[in-house]
Structures are given as structure tokens and as C-alpha cells.
Design a protein. Structure first.
Length: 451
């Protein structure tokens, strides 16, 4: 059964890091021990063979008389014996004088030297046997030394693999600590997210410093929470606006119908029907605008397309029948990415507003400013004060009697226009304009158009 700690991301990362460390360090350690043993063995045999070859050379030249004590060329190679073909000991070093024959191996006629090992009752030896001459009855020189502790015992193996075990354990421990520290902001975010509930979406998770993946995750979470809060606020605003704005026309319609029911003989049926139809039209317009406000920017929107703003203005003006003339100054090739119906609704709302408040003329311009497309709608009516330039974009806001329910539409036109602009990553503002009002829509230029 897998322990609980190993099921967590922290535990899995630690296990993986420990396994990788083991897969790397164990072969490296085993290879290091093998290479070390091979190098020590090669060094020992190099010394024993050099010693045996030198003694054989001296015996061939008569420098070393038979029966004499053999001098030791290498202090470490102190066991030297010269054995005749009949097995008789011909000469020996002082260290090997009282020892039995070091080995009985005899080199063949094709190979004068043989490296070998031999274990005597008291010790194990590494030695080299060399024929003095190539004759069959040639004496053999044996030069050797006690097997080094590195080769005779497993001490080095134990030390190396003990160190490897410690390193693997340290790797796992360090990974556990580092992973825990790296995931601490995630644990904090999880706790903060658990505290978020529908009735209060204003909370945000703590964003750690830097620009790593965890910080980017925190920003994404906060961005998601912000969108959820905005969507929830829109729903509440929709319910509030609907209940507030629909109450008056419904109450008026009900009052007229009740009056007609109570006093049928005094009721002008034609006037009643006309008034009821007006209230019904207003209800329909308000509901349509409220639904559009709730839908703007949602995934239910139509697929965006590449739109030529000049062409859009010309198409909308051609379909209108305004009381005042509209002047245009349109730059061709100003393309944006957006939902055509929604951008057309923005233009329609701005034109309706301009026609409603203009004295003699309305003017529409399309152009570019840097990486932005600019659509401006101007009228020569009353200027909008600086203090009111943001307030007029609030829902159901009217500044004066000219913006009454009879002539001012539903009171949602500018709110819809600004929400559409924001949904298209743009902005809609009122700018300074002497002798009238100027509404300016700025949208990002289409990437395909800017190339």
C-alpha cells in the first residue's frame, strides 16, 4: 500500500529525485571502485614484473651469482625467489628466504612472463613469474608482494557505497525540503481559494514575488476570480436593473388596464391600446438591452471577424433615416477584430445619442493612432461637463430633461457601448470638443492589418 506522503506531488517529486540520484550514483560508485581496483592491480603488477625482469637480466649477465642474496629493487616488492627447473630454490631475497615456493606456475615458451595471484597459509600474494632464458630448463624468477589491503578487503566498497547511500538520502531530504518550500505558496493559495465563496468573490490569493510558474499561477487565479466577481456583479446588476426599470412601465400598464376594467364605459379603447403598445415596446426594448448587457463578452458571443471600420460606418449610415445630416471622414484600411453585430450596436447607439442632442449636424470620423483604430462621433449640441463624462456611461443615467424616457431611449445605450468596447479590449470615452460632444472609441488594430 502506497503511504499517504508518497501520493502527494511533494512525495512523488522526492521519490523521483531519489530514484534518479540512485540510478546515477550507484553505477558511478561501482565503476569508480572497479577502475580503482584495476589501476591498483596494474600498478602492483607493473612493479612485480619490472622487478622480475631486472633479476632475470642480472642472472643472464652473471651479475647475480647463484646462491647469493637477491637485492630488492622496489622496496614494496620484497618477496623474490629464483627456482630451477627441478623445483630447487636457487636464490632468494631476505624476506622470502624462509618461505615456501611463492608459486608453481611456470611461463610457457611463448610468453616469458605471467602475472598471477597465490594465497599462502599466512598471506595472499600478487606476483609475476619470468623465465631467465627461453630454454625449457631455464630457472624462473618469482617477484611478488603481499596483496594490498585495497584489493584484499572490501573496505573501499563499503566506504564508497556508504557515501553513495548518504548522498542519496541527502538528495531525497533536500528535494523534500526544496519542494516543500516551492509548494508552500501553492498550499497558501489552496487555503485562500477554499475560503472563497459565492457570496463574497472579492477575495484574492496571495501572489508570491518574482515571475516564476507559481507567481504566474497566482496571477491567473486572481484574474479568474476577478472575472468571476465581475460576472457575479453583472448578474446582480442585471437583476437590480431589471427589477428597477421594469417596475414603472409594468405598473403603468397595470394601472391603465385596471382603470379600463373598473370604468369600461369611460375608457377610450383606441387610446388604451396605443398607450399599452408604447409601454410594451418600452418593456421589450429594456429587456433586449438588459439581455445584451448580460451577454457581452461571454463565450456565447458570435465568432469574431476582421472588420473594416469605414465599411461598417457606411453600411450603418446607409440603413438609417436620420433627421440631421451626418458628415463622414473615413480612412480606408482600418481593420479590427470583433463581433460585427456588437460593434454595429455601438455605432448605432452613438449615432442615436448624437442625433438626439445635436443642433444641426453629426460628424463621424475613422482613423488610426499608433496601434489603435479610432472611431469618433461628434455632435454640435450641449457640451458634457467633465464631472459627468463618466457618469453618463452608468446604466439608466440621464443628465437632463432632454434625456427623458420619452426621448432618451432605454437609458442603456452608452452603458452597452462601453461594455462592448471593453469586451473588445478597447475603450470608449468622452473627449474635449468645443461646441458640442465628442465620443471616441479606440480598439486594437487587427494583427493581420498591421503587418
Amino acid at each position: 500500500m502506497v503511504p499517504q506522503w508518497a501520493r502527494s506531488l511533494r512525495g512523488r517529486v522526492t521519490l523521483i529525485a531519489t530514484a534518479v540520484a540512485a540510478l546515477v550514483l550507484i553505477p558511478v560508485g561501482a565503476g569508480g571502485v572497479t577502475v580503482t581496483r584495476a589501476m591498483v592491480t596494474a600498478g602492483v603488477y607493473s612493479e612485480t614484473r619490472d622487478t622480475a625482469e631486472r633479476i632475470a637480466f642480472e642472472m643472464r649477465g652473471g651479475v647475480l651469482p647463484i646462491g647469493a642474496a637477491i637485492p630488492v629493487p622496489h622496496p614494496s616488492v620484497d618477496l623474490i625467489q629464483v627456482v630451477g627447473a627441478d623445483g630447487r630454490l636457487i636464490a632468494t631475497s631476505d624476506a622470502a628466504r624462509n618461505m615456501p615456493q611463492l608459486d608453481d606456475v611456470r611461463p610457457s615458451s611463448k610468453d616469458r612472463a605471467v602475472n598471477t595471484t597465490n594465497c599462502l597459509p599466512n598471506q595472499c600474494l600478487h606476483l609475476t613469474a619470468v623465465r631467465v632464458t627461453m630454454n625449457v630448463d631455464s630457472p624462473v624468477v618469482y617477484a611478488g608482494r603481499s596483496t594490498p589491503d585495497l584489493l584484499a578487503t572490501r573496505t573501499v566498497d563499503v566506504i564508497v557505497f556508504g557515501e553513495i547511500a548518504v548522498l542519496i538520502a541527502l538528495t531525497g531530504w533536500a528535494t523534500w525540503l526544496i519542494t516543500g518550500r516551492a509548494l508552500r505558496p501553492v498550499r497558501i493559495m489552496r487555503g485562500e481559494l477554499d475560503a472563497v465563496h459565492v457570496s463574497d468573490l472579492s477575495r484574492r490569493v496571495t501572489q508570491p514575488p518574482g515571475d516564476d510558474e507559481v507567481a504566474q499561477l497566482a496571477r491567473s487565479v486572481n484574474s479568474t476570480l476577478e472575472r468571476l466577481e465581475r460576472a457575479s456583479e453583472q448578474q446582480r446588476q442585471f437583476a437590480s436593473d431589471a427589477s428597477h426599470e421594469l417596475r414603472t412601465p409594468i405598473a403603468g400598464l397595470r394601472a391603465q388596464l385596471e382603470s379600463a376594467q373598473l370604468y369600461p364605459s369611460d375608457t377610450d379603447l383606441e387610446a388604451l391600446v396605443e398607450s399599452s403598445l408604447r409601454d410594451t415596446d418600452r418593456l421589450e426594448a429594456i429587456i433586449t438591452d438588459l439581455l445584451l448587457l448580460a451577454r457581452i463578452g461571454s463565450r456565447a458571443d458570435a465568432v469574431r471577424e476582421r472588420i473594416d471600420l469605414a465599411g461598417l460606418v457606411q453600411a450603418e449610415l446607409k440603413a438609417r433615416n436620420d433627421k440631421l445630416p451626418t458628415q463622414v471622414e473615413l480612412e480606408r484600411g482600418v481593420f479590427v477584430e470583433g463581433v460585427r453585430l456588437q460593434l454595429a450596436r455601438v455605432l448605432t447607439n452613438l449615432l442615436d445619442n448624437a442625433q438626439r442632442h445635436a443642433e444641426t449636424t453629426v460628424r463621424v470620423t475613422v482613423g488610426k493612432q499608433g496601434d489603435r483604430a479610432v472611431l469618433a462621433v461628434e455632435n454640435d449640441g450641449v457640451e458634457i461637463g467633465v464631472a459627468d463624462r463618466e457618469r453618463i456611461f452608468e446604466r439608466f443615467t440621464r443628465l437632463d430633461a432632454a434625456r427623458s424616457r420619452d426621448t432618451g431611449g432605454t437609458g442603456l445605450g452608452l452603458a452597452i457601448a462601453r461594455d462592448v468596447a471593453r469586451a473588445h479590449c478597447g475603450q470608449l470615452r468622452v473627449e474635449d470638443h468645443t461646441g458640442g460632444a465628442r465620443f471616441v472609441l479606440r480598439l486594437p488594430l487587427s494583427a493581420r492589418a498591421s503587418r
